[in-house]
Structure formats: C-alpha cells, structure tokens
Design a protein around this ligand. Structure first.
Ligand code: B12
Length: 282
C-alpha cells in the first residue's frame, strides 16, 4: 500500500514548486513570511494577537501571500458594473488559486489552509464590526510584497495598490522573502482629495487613518445600485509600473476632461450602463 502525505521535498524545492504553480495559475505576485514576523510588531497599531496566523491556525509556520492585479482601464470606469465584475473575477481567481496551492502543499505532506480574500458576509456586518478575522494587507507587507500608502492600501512596485491578495497558512517552513524597506507612497494625497466619502485623513505613516464607517456607508450606497466597490483611492494612485503598461502615466487624468476627452467619454459610456443611476450622475 502506498503512503500518502509523506513530506519528501526540502524548503527550497517546495518554494520552487510554489513559484512554478503560481506561473501555471497566472498569479504574478507571491511572497513568503515566517509566522514569527507578526510577533515583531513592526509598527503601531499592529494586528492584535488573535488576528495573527497562529491565532487562526496554531500549527502554521509560514504564510504565503499571492497577488492578482486589477486591470487599470476597467478600474478607471469605477463606480461601474465593469469594475464590479472585474473585482468579482479577481476575487474568484484569488480564492481558487489559493485553494489549489494549499491543496498542493497538503499533498506534499504539509497541511495548509487558505484564508478567503475578504471574509465578511455583507457590508452591513461591517457597520458593527469593521474588521475581518485576518488582514491580507499586513500579511502581504510581511511577505515583502510592498509598503503601506496614505490610502491605507499596500502599494507594490508593479501594480501600486491595484492588486488584491489572499494568504495561505502552511505548516511548512519555507525560505522567506525580505520585508520591503523604504516607502513607495509619494504622499501626493490624490487618494485623500479624490475620496468621495472623505474617508482618508492624513496620519503618521504607516497608520494613516481611514474612516472605515464613511467608506463602508459609501459602498453600501453603491452596492444598492450594483456598482460597488468604489476603488477611487486605488485608481488615482500614481505608483505602479502598470500605469506605463496601460499608457496612463498621468494619474491626474481623472479630473482633466479637457485634456483627455476620449477617455472621459469612454468612462461615462460604461457608467451609464448596467447599474442603477437613481438620479445620480453616475
Ligand atoms: C473590511 C474591508 C473593507 C471595508 C472597510 C475598509 C477599511 N478601511 O478597512 C470596506 C468594504 C469599506 C473596504 C473598502 C476597500 N477595500 Co477592503 N477589505 C476589507 C477586508 C475584508 C478586511 C480588512 C481588515 O479588517 N483587516 C483586519 C484588521 C486587523 O486590519 P486593519 O483593518 O488594517 O487594522 C489596522 C488598524 O485598524 C488596527 N486595528 C484593527 N483592528 C484592531 C483592533 C484592535 C484591538 C487594535 C488595537 C487595533 C486594530 O490595526 C491594524 C494595523 O494598522 C480586507 C480583506 C482582508 N481580509 O484582509 C479587504 C482589503 C483590505 N480591501 C482591499 C481593497 C482594494 C479595498 C478598496 C480599494 C475597494 C476595492 N476593492 O476596490 C477599498 C479601500 C478602502 C480603504 N482606503 O481603506 C484590498 C487591499 C489590497 C491592497 N493592495 O492593499 C483587501 C486586502 C482585499 C484583498 N483580498 O485584496 N474594505
């Protein structure tokens, strides 16, 4: 009889297998953090103990974070059904990919679980309890994928904040990535100025305060019109090589209809379809 679940590969070989798997799954970003990093509390306020990997899965030794980008031209139409559908697709792919990675590790003899990309039943739940049980943003930071921005998001060199994350908690000890040093955020404050809910207030880096209540209420309004989530604070961010990929180097273009008339017409066209207007301009 063949024994299943017998660990045979060493840490470096498992890491190589993970990189290959991400390549097959079209997952461009992956980083690894040992669970001890959460206990080092790199800044304050830090993630409370029960929100850390071992608070959720006591056997965990490493956290693998994967990131899938949001396509900028779709995000630019936000709030719209186009961005909503893109967001749903990215979410689905994230969860599916993370599940498959966790299963692969289990088959290799290293029990692993994936944490779903969000983890709340509906926006109404966030009114009373505004946090999820685990923060992918902090996991991505500790896995070396980026640094925090004024918009409260994790900014990455390749996609700025236009990337969504999911984490896999694994019992395998794996070669970690270094935490990124320096600051990608330019503090241009476009995110704060553009936020339709006035939810971003400047604070001490990296704990810029987001008024979660205002952001949540705004998104509840958009959801009733089928055009949530908002996403404006990630659209206007100048950081990310994706701006060059999509030929959008000017992050100020969203308030310049005079200089970019074709783009503004395209965005208005998309916004006029598929969601409820309820007498609003978009
Ligand atoms: C709840 C939530 C929301 C809510 C609340 C917003 C908010 N500011 O938290 C709503 C629905 C409004 C929302 C909006 C958005 N979200 Co959101 N959201 C989440 C979610 C599900 C949970 C965040 C969370 O609760 N983390 C756990 C807590 C511990 O972390 P924290 O809130 O950052 O807490 C800090 C402090 O508040 C403090 N703290 C928190 N709790 C406690 C408790 C105590 C006792 C103490 C002392 C301190 C403390 O410590 C932390 C350290 O700084 C995550 C997915 C996930 N599970 O990670 C996505 C996530 C953060 N969202 C994301 C995105 C992209 C957005 C939007 C742009 C919408 C969109 N999809 O287009 C906007 C941006 C809003 C903004 N600028 O912050 C991405 C971020 C990706 C990135 N590159 O960073 C995530 C990671 C989803 C994903 N899977 O990728 N979001």
């Amino acid at each position: 009889m063949t024994a299943h679940f017998v660990p045979v590969l060493g840490p470096d070989a498992i890491r190589e297998a993970l990189e290959r798997k991400c390549g097959h799954l079209d997952v461009p970003l992956m980083g690894i953090a040992p669970v001890e990093r959460w206990d080092e509390e790199p800044f304050r306020p830090w993630v409370p103990g029960e929100f850390r990997p071992r608070g959720i899965y006591p056997e965990a030794r490493s956290v693998i974070v994967i990131g899938i980008p949001v396509e900028l031209p779709a995000l630019e139409t936000s709030p719209s059904i186009f961005y909503r559908e893109t967001y749903n697709t990215v979410n689905r792919l994230l969860d599916d990919s993370a599940y498959r990675i966790a299963t692969m590790l289990g088959e290799m003899g290293h029990p692993s679980i994936f944490v779903p990309r969000d983890g709340y039943g509906g926006l109404d739940v966030l009114r009373d309890r505004p946090t999820a049980f685990f923060s992918h943003r902090h996991a991505a930071y500790l896995a070396g994928l980026g640094t925090f921005g004024v918009n409260n998001m994790l900014l990455t060199p390749r996609y700025g904040p236009r990337v969504r994350f999911t984490s896999i908690l694994t019992t395998a000890e794996l070669p970690p990535d270094p935490v990124m040093t320096g600051e990608l955020c330019t503090r241009c404050m476009r995110c704060a100025r553009s936020c339709p809910a006035e939810a971003i207030e400047e604070g001490e880096y990296p704990a810029t305060l987001t008024r979660k209540d205002r952001c949540t209420e705004h998104n509840i309004g958009l959801a009733s019109r089928y055009i949530s989530p908002c996403g404006i604070c990630i659209k206007v961010c100048p950081v990310g090589e994706d701006r060059d990929l999509y030929q959008r180097p000017d992050a100020g273009m969203y308030s310049r209809a005079d200089r970019y008339p074709e783009h503004h017409r395209a965005w208005e066209h998309v916004r006029a379809h598929g969601g409820r207007r309820d007498g609003k301009s978009f």
